[in-house]
Design a protein around this ligand. Structure first.
Ligand SMILES: Cc1ncc(C[n+]2csc(CCOP(=O)(O)OP(=O)(O)O)c2C)c(N)n1
Length: 636
C-alpha cells in the first residue's frame, strides 16, 4: 500500500497558496512559529485548531500536543513548556480563559522563556456559548498584550510573530479571535517554517518561578515596566496601520479605529459607500496596548472619529480618554456605541448604515433583495438515539412514581438541550462543572421532598466535576449525581477524552473509568450505579433505587454517543434493524412525539399515526419501550 502524502498544512512550502479555515491558518502559524508544546480543551469556535496542529505534529515529531482535561491544565502544560525554554501555545474558547485565568494572571508576572501564546476564541452573538464576554479585557486586566487578526492570512502571520514578540517582551501574548475569523475561509500564503533548534532545559530559578509574594511583588513592578515598553513600541507594531486622509466627507474629516473582523467589515462598508479613499483609518493588530502616537496623530487629524468594534467599548473609552488628555475633547467628536450595538456580531450592513447616518449619506439597504424563503424556527435538539434522552425520560417517570420533585442542576454539554420541550429536564445550568457545585448548595437548604440532582457528561466531569463531588462527600451534602457518559466530548464535535482513553493524536492513551474516579472521591461502592442507557427496564429499576437512596450517590448512564456509534457501524458495515410503527396498534396518543421527542419519530396528522423517518433512525429501540401501545416493532 502506498504511503499517504504529507498534508499540505504540514509541508515546508513557502509561497504556496491555499484556502484555509481561520483555525487551520492559526495552526499553520503555530507550525511556522516553531511551537513545540500545544495544549487545548475543546470549545467552539476554537475546536478545529488543535486537530490541525496534531496533523502537523504527525510530520514534525518535535511537536508535543494534547487535549488537556480543562483549560487551566492546558494553559499550565503550555506554560511549563515555555518555562523549559521552548515555544508553547494553549487554545480555548473565551469562557475557557476564565478557567485558565488563575494560572494566566500570575504567569504574566513570571514572564516567559520560550514564546508563549494563549489563544482566546471569542464568540460574539453566542452561536455556541453561554455568554459573549469580550476577552480583550483580559489584556487590560492582566497587563498582557492582545493580538487580534482580521483575516486568516493575518491569523497565520500574527501567530508566527506572536512567539517572537512574547520572547522580546518576556510576556504571555493573548491571541484573540472571533467566530467569523475562526470559521471563515480565505486564501493563505504559506511562509517558511522557523526550524530553529530549541533545546528544552529548565533553569531551576526558584526566585523567578515560585509565586511567593517576595518574588511576585518585584515582578509586578517589572510587569508594569514591560507594559510601558510594549506601549512605547506599539506604534511600530507590524500589524497596526495608520492611514491619514486629508479629504472631507460633507465638510468633515472622518477617521476610524477598528480591529479584527470589524476592520474587514469596515473596509467592505467603506467600499459600498465609495468612501475608501476619503477617510483616515487606524487599523489595529495589537489591540492592547493601543499605539499612543498613532492615536494622537489620528485624533489631531480628524473632526469626527468613529470607533468600530464588536461588543464592549474598549477602544472607544481609551480614545475618549486620550482625546481628553490631549485637550481635544472639544475639537474631535468621538462615536462608537451610540451608533453600533454592544451586543452580538457586527455585520457589514450595520456598519454601512451607521457610517451613512454619521456622514449624512443617503443609503438604504432596500436594494438587497429579501430572502423569500426562511427556514421554520426549530428548537435545537438531541440526536436520534442519544443516551441523554433515555435517562431524562427515566428520571421523569421515577419522579412521578415517587411523587417527588427533582431540582435538576444541569451542566454544559449536549444534555443541556434537555431544557427544551418536550423533556424540560434542566432547572439550572451556569458553567462547566456547575451542576454538582450548585447541587451542593441546594442540598443544604431545600426540603426533603425535593431530590437534589446534578446532571453532567463525561467530559464535563473530568473538566470540573471532580472537585465539587469531593466537596459533596466531605460536607455530606445529600445529592444524586447523574453522569451521562457517552465516551466523547460530543457537543464540540466529538473530541476524545479520558472516558475513551484515545489521545488527540489518535494514539491509545490511558482510559480512566468514571466510576474509579467517583470511588476515589469517597463515594461508597454501594452508592454507585452504572447502567447501559439503551436497556430501559433496567435503567428504570436502578435509577429508582438511586433516587430513593440518600447521601452522596452517583448514577452513571452509559452508551456511546450515537453519532460516533454510527461512524463505527458504517466502518464495520453493520446493517441496522429497521424499526417500524404498526398502524393497527398506534392509537395516536403522541407520547412518542410529545413526551419523548426523538427526532426520528414523526406524526402524520391525516392518518393520526406515528411513523419513523428511516433516514434518521439509528435503531436504538427505545421507542419500543416508551410506546404505551407497543406499536413500534423491529421489522423481520
Ligand atoms: C469553560 C468551557 N470550556 C469549554 C466549553 C465548550 N463546551 C461546551 S459543552 C462541552 C463538553 C461537553 O462534553 P460532555 O460533558 O461529555 O457532554 P456531551 O456533549 O458529550 O454530551 C464543552 C467542552 C464551555 N462551554 N465552557
Amino acid at each position: 500500500m502506498s504511503e499517504k502524502p504529507i498534508p499540505k498544512i504540514a509541508q515546508d512550502d513557502p509561497g504556496y497558496k491555499m484556502i484555509m479555515l481561520g483555525n487551520e491558518a492559526i495552526a499553520r502559524g503555530i507550525l511556522e512559529g516553531n511551537a513545540i508544546v500545544a495544549a487545548a480543551y475543546p470549545g467552539t469556535p476554537s475546536s478545529e485548531i488543535m486537530p490541525a496542529v496534531a496533523q502537523c505534529a504527525k510530520y514534525h515529531p518535535e511537536m508535543k500536543v494534547e487535549w488537556s482535561v480543562n483549560e487551566k491544565v492546558a494553559f499550565e502544560v503550555a506554560y511549563a513548556g515555555s518555562m523549559c525554554n521552548v515555544r508553547a501555545v494553549a487554545a480555548m474558547k473565551h469562557v475557557g480563559v476564565n478557567v485558565a485565568s488563575d494560572a494566566f494572571m500570575t504567569a504574566v508576572y513570571h514572564g516567559v522563556r520560550g514564546g508563549m501564546v494563549l489563544i482566546s476564541a471569542d464568540d460574539p452573538s453566542q452561536f455556541s456559548s453561554q455568554n459573549e464576554q469580550d476577552n480583550r479585557y483580559y489584556g487590560l486586566h492582566a497587563l498582557a498584550p492582545v493580538f487580534e487578526p482580521s483575516t486568516p492570512q493575518e491569523a497565520k502571520d500574527m501567530m508566527k510573530f506572536a512567539f517572537e514578540y512574547s520572547e522580546k517582551y518576556n510576556i504571555v501574548v493573548v491571541f484573540r479571535t472571533t467566530t467569523r475569523l475562526n470559521h471563515g475561509r480565505a486564501d493563505v500564503v504559506f511562509g517558511t517554517i522557523d526550524k530553529k533548534e530549541q533545546t528544552a532545559e529548565f533553569d531551576w530559578d526558584r526566585n523567578r518561578w515560585v509565586c511567593v509574594p517576595s518574588n511576585t511583588r518585584p515582578q509586578r513592578a517589572d510587569l508594569l515596566h514591560r507594559m510601558a515598553r510594549m506601549t512605547n513600541d506599539a506604534d511600530e507594531f507590524p500589524f497596526n496601520k495608520l492611514v491619514l486622509s486629508d479629504r472631507t466627507v460633507n465638510g468633515k474629516k472622518i477617521g476610524f479605529v477598528a480591529a479584527g473582523i470589524a476592520y474587514s467589515h469596515l473596509q467592505d462598508a467603506l467600499v459600498e459607500l465609495q468612501l475608501e479613499n476619503s477617510v483616515s483609518i487606524l487599523k489595529l493588530g495589537l489591540v492592547n496596548p493601543l499605539p499612543p502616537k498613532s492615536l494622537e496623530k489620528l485624533l489631531k487629524h480628524v473632526d469626527v472619529l468613529f470607533v468600530v468594534e464588536e461588543l464592549e467599548p474598549i477602544f472607544e473609552e481609551q480614545c475618549k480618554a486620550r482625546a481628553f488628555e490631549f485637550g481635544l475633547s472639544n475639537s474631535v467628536e468621538i462615536h462608537g456605541k451610540d451608533l453600533l450595538p454592544q451586543q452580538g456580531e457586527l455585520h457589514p450592513e450595520t456598519i454601512t448604515a451607521a457610517i451613512a447616518k454619521l456622514c449624512g449619506i443617503d443609503y438604504s439597504t432596500s436594494e438587497v433583495p429579501a430572502l423569500e424563503i426562511s427556514a421554520p424556527p426549530r428548537l435545537p435538539q438531541m440526536c436520534p438515539a442519544c443516551s441523554h434522552r433515555n435517562i431524562y425520560w427515566v428520571m421523569k417517570k421515577v419522579a412521578k412514581k415517587l411523587k417527588k420533585k427533582f431540582a435538576n442542576n444541569n451542566d454544559i454539554g449536549c444534555y443541556s438541550l434537555g431544557v427544551y420541550k418536550p423533556l424540560e429536564m434542566a432547572d439550572t445550568a451556569l458553567c462547566m462543572g456547575g451542576s454538582i457545585g450548585m447541587a451542593n448548595g441546594m442540598a443544604k437548604v431545600l426540603p426533603d421532598d425535593v431530590i437534589v440532582t446534578a446532571f453532567l457528561g463525561d467530559s464535563t466531569f473530568y473538566h470540573s466535576g471532580v472537585a465539587p463531588l469531593l466537596n459533596a462527600v466531605y460536607n455530606q451534602n445529600d445529592i444524586l449525581v447523574i453522569i451521562s457518559d457517552n465516551s466523547f466530548t460530543s457537543m464540540t464535535g466529538g473530541q476524545n477524552n479520558p472516558s475513551n482513553g484515545i489521545l488527540l493524536t489518535e494514539e491509545v492513551g490511558t482510559q480512566i473509568p468514571i466510576e474509579e474516579v467517583v470511588k476515589g472521591c469517597g463515594v461508597p461502592a454501594d452508592k454507585i450505579w452504572i447502567h447501559e442507557a439503551y436497556d430501559m427496564d433496567g435503567l428504570m429499576e436502578k435509577f429508582e433505587e438511586a433516587a430513593k437512596a440518600s447521601g452522596v450517590r452517583v448514577f452513571i448512564n452509559r452508551h456511546m454517543c450515537a453519532l460516533q456509534e454510527l461512524r463505527v457501524f458504517k466502518k464495520q458495515k453493520v446493517v441496522l434493524p429497521v424499526i417500524k410503527v404498526d398502524p393497527e396498534k398506534c392509537n395516536g396518543c403522541q407520547v412518542c412525539v410529545r413526551q419523548f421527542g426523538c427526532p426520528a419519530i414523526n406524526f402524520n396528522f391525516e392518518t393520526k399515526k406515528a411513523y419513523i423517518d428511516q433516514s434518521q433512525c439509528r435503531s436504538c429501540k427505545t421507542c419500543i419501550y416508551i410506546c404505551p401501545q407497543q406499536a413500534f416493532y423491529v421489522e423481520k
